[in-house]
Design a protein around this ligand. Structure first.
Ligand SMILES: [Zn+2]
Length: 300
């Protein structure tokens, strides 16, 4: 059985190519996965839009209704970074539905990945920082509500702090939120996760991987986790426009291998989401996101 991958062509909401959010990375990631032989018909699963009832487990009901009806107030749209029209609204519902599906596939097969997701700046009350709905928080809460898991662990290694996930899950003791990120990156006002590690600018591969190797056993020793949500944001890369942590491609591969190997070795399902990545060279950016899938495919 190949690595199970969740995808939808409408993950790409079709922004102009010069938009600050590199929307074309989604189709280019699929191209990269096809080139690696990872996107066969027995690997691909189509995301479905998350119903409002799922979204409202993580978000304020009035905000969910605003996104679905494309009536988000302009002030919030400015915080998100783009207007929420029909394509952005659909895309946000699909990405959240996709992470729920990937999590369910991970429970069945040990590991599965969404070709979107990791929208970790979306808080309970509203979206922010290019994030409309917080797909990981939605999925964690849907799985709990279904009784599919008793608990879960969020390992967020996107270069930005997982403020929205921390906000949504702060009063949910069954989900432990861990974020390791660049100290000087967005968001300026961080919302405390259950555990945060802030790294200095210019942290390279060696120091980064050393820190990660030390923390993973601590995370798995806390409890027996029924699920790990892994945000594999590639904005930690040296050539990312927004990151400051200076990882190389080898560092990215080492990071993903370390996380997946650690949890799979002790039998914990891993649901991978792609997280952030910002570069004007979008094919190169898509190749960076493909690393998660290449590594994950060794664990099926
Ligand atoms: Zn990020």
């Amino acid at each position: 059985m190949p690595l199970q991958i969740v995808h939808h062509p409408d993950y790409d909401a079709g922004f102009a190519t010069n938009h600050r959010f590199p929307m074309s990375k989604y189709p280019l990631l699929m191209e990269a996965l096809r080139a690696h032989g990872l996107a066969g018909p027995d690997a691909l699963n189509t995301a479905e839009p998350a119903p409002a009832s799922w979204l409202k487990l993580a978000h304020a009901a009035d905000y969910v209704d605003q996104v679905i009806s494309c009536s988000v107030p302009e002030k919030i749209e400015r915080e998100i970074g783009f207007p929420v029209g029909p394509r952005v609204s659909l895309r946000a519902q699909l990405a959240a539905g996709g992470t729920v599906l990937a999590a369910r596939l991970a429970l069945r097969h040990g590991i599965a990945c969404n070709t979107a997701g990791g929208s970790h700046h979306a808080r309970r009350a509203q979206g922010a920082g290019f994030c409309t709905f917080n797909d990981v928080a939605v999925a964690a809460l849907v799985l709990l509500a279904d009784g599919a898991v008793q608990n879960s662990l969020v390992v967020d290694l996107d270069v930005h702090q997982g403020d929205g996930t921390a906000d949504i899950l702060s009063e949910e003791p069954r989900v432990f939120t861990f974020s390791m990120h660049g100290d000087r990156n967005y968001p300026v006002r961080k919302i405390a996760s259950d555990l945060d590690i802030a790294l200095p600018d210019g942290t390279g591969d060696a120091a980064y991987l050393e820190r990660l190797a030390a923390i993973l056993p601590e995370l798995s020793a806390r409890e027996h986790w029924d699920m790990v949500f892994y945000n594999a944001g590639v904005d930690v890369h040296a050539e990312d426009r927004l990151g400051r942590l200076a990882l190389s491609n080898d560092g990215l591969r080492g990071r993903d291998t370390m996380v997946i190997d650690h949890f799979r070795a002790i039998g914990i399902p891993v649901c991978g989401v792609i997280g952030g990545g910002y570069s004007t060279d979008v094919p190169t950016l898509a190749a960076r996101h493909a690393i998660l899938f290449e590594v994950a495919s060794d664990y099926t």
